[in-house]
Design a protein around this ligand. Structure first.
Ligand code: UD1
Ligand code: CA
Length: 454
């Protein structure tokens, strides 16, 4: 089929400078969700009608499989589809979607496509408790006769609860013909796409309806409140899938996934965590409360304690990270490593069993097996112009409050005394310390306040 996505509308009620379809749901633009769903149907042609917000919309979502059709000015949904018809393949029906209706399931669209077949007009409809604002499905007997917009409807038509979701599928040559004959003689002086329904009936083309599994699949975003509502619906759906897969979520209502999350068996996730990009959690991984984990792989048995921030990192099996740790891109932590509170690690490898338990910065470093990095240790990796590496070989012990001025190397099994500022390589197996000698001044007296002298 062809797919046309309408995304030219204004979105005034968002009260934002950003075009409505670029507002994000689960970290992805609304239009991105619709495109993903459309692509899953493998359309022959995929056309997006844009207008409000100008080129920022095609710029944000450019892709080789997309055709962009500009609608300016925006004179209604029928007028919007007219801008796309030149790009459509007559041999296949055309499915019309809205760029601000992000959560429609592909299975629902498949059902609509099957119901309509190649030569009927299909409309996705839903029965609403409060149909205010929507186009009403007017039937004669069982047959759909026309759609009447709320603003054009009289009281008895407004009492109809079956509404047009806006999603339709139509044989393409007929669509072109009916669009060509639309008028804007209505309450809103717009070219209504919905008028093609009466045109189909007049031409003897059957009009059929299909319904979605869930009402929220057809909900659009017109305000920040509706965006927040659909965000929760989507998150609850994602959480439900993880629960079905056997993941333990302390509270599915306090779980956020903005990307993809793959979990092994017996994974536990506490409340308030945010997962972004591509995240993989191995068997028995436990994530404490309020962690942010982005583009990361956390291997079997590892435990991430609360308030930890992980971005672009690997955490090896049985590692223990946090609370309050920060792993930045390029942090590669092998099995059974320990990283504690207020430790930041960037672009560094920690070999198996290495530990940095408190208050440290490890950047651009290669840290060997069983190395212990004391509290307050800093790799001085940046000289103001270039970044340099620090190498700490296996079994070294780095005393507290040490500065490692890179490039520098600590040999295998070396010990650095607390407070050392290491500017030259430290030999293997020896104690190296740089520290002013400790003195006690016998004659010293503590000063007293002037006023107390009398
Ligand atoms: C439309 C339908 C109505 C249906 C409702 C469902 C028409 C005439 N009415 O009404 O039957 O119940 O959707 O939400 O079709 N758009 C453009 N260009 C335009 C106008 C709209 O691209 O000139 C896009 C919008 O960005 C939006 C979609 O089309 O994604 C629907 O527009 P909207 O103004 O929300 O349509 P409604 O009047 O609410
Ligand atoms: Ca709307």
């Amino acid at each position: 089929m062809n797919v046309v996505i309408l995304a030219a509308g204004m979105g005034k009620r968002m009260r934002s400078d950003l075009p409505k379809v670029l507002h994000r749901l689960a970290g992805k633009p609304l239009l991105g969700h619709v495109l993903d769903c459309a692509r899953s149907l493998a359309p022959k042609r995929l056309v997006v009608v844009y207008g409000h917000g100008g080129e920022s919309v095609p710029q944000a979502l450019a892709a080789p499989d997309l055709t962009w059709a500009l609608q300016a000015p925006q004179l209604g949904t029928g007028h919007a589809v007219m801008q796309a018809v030149a790009h459509l393949d007559d041999a296949a029906p055309t499915l019309i979607l809205y760029g601000d209706v992000p959560l429609t399931r592909a299975s629902t669209l498949q059902r609509l496509l099957q119901t309509a077949g190649a030569d009927r007009l299909g409309v996705l409809t839903v029965n609403l408790a409060d149909p205010t604002g929507y186009g009403r499905i007017v039937r004669q007997g069982d047959q759909i006769a026309r759609i009447v917009e709320h603003k054009d409807a009289d009281a008895s038509t407004r009492a109809i609860r079956e509404v047009n979701t806006g999603i339709m599928v139509c044989p393409t040559p007929a669509l072109k013909r009916w669009l060509g004959a639309l008028s804007n003689d209505n309450a809103q002086k717009e070219y209504y796409l919905t008028d093609i329904v009466a045109a189909a009936v007049a031409d003897g083309v059957p009009v059929v309806a299909a319904q979605p599994d869930a009402e929220w699949e057809t909900l659009g975003v017109n305000s920040k409140a509706q965006l927040a509502e659909l965000e929760r619906v989507h998150q609850r759906e994602q959480a439900g899938r993880l629960l079905e897969d056997g993941v333990t979520l302390a509270d599915p209502a306090r779980f956020d996934l903005r990307g993809t999350l793959r979990c092994g068996r017996d994974v536990e996730i506490d409340v308030g965590c945010v997962f972004e990009g591509e995240v993989e959690l191995g068997d028995r991984v436990r994530i404490g409360a309020h962690c942010v984990v982005r583009n990361a792989r956390i291997e079997a048995g590892a435990e991430i304690l609360p308030f930890t921030h992980i971005d672009g990192a690997r955490v090896g099996a049985d590692a223990r990270i946090g609370p309050y740790a920060r792993l930045r891109p390029g942090a590669d932590l092998a099995e059974d490593t320990h990283v504690g509170n207020f430790v930041e690690i960037k672009n560094s490898v920690l070999a198996a069993h290495a530990k940095a338990n408190h208050l440290a910065y490890v950047g651009d470093a290669d840290v060997g097996q069983r190395v212990n990095i004391g509290a307050g240790t800093i790799t001085c990796n940046y000289d103001g112009a270039n970044k340099w590496r620090t190498v700490i070989e296996d079994d070294a012990f780095i005393g507290s409050d040490t500065q490692l001025v890179a490039p520098v190397r600590v040999g295998k099994g070396a010990t650095l005394g607390a407070g050392t500022t290491l500017t030259k390589d430290a030999p293997a197996g020896k104690l190296t310390v740089s520290r002013a000698k400790q003195v006690t001044v016998e004659s010293w007296q503590r000063p007293v306040k002037q006023s107390q002298r009398g």
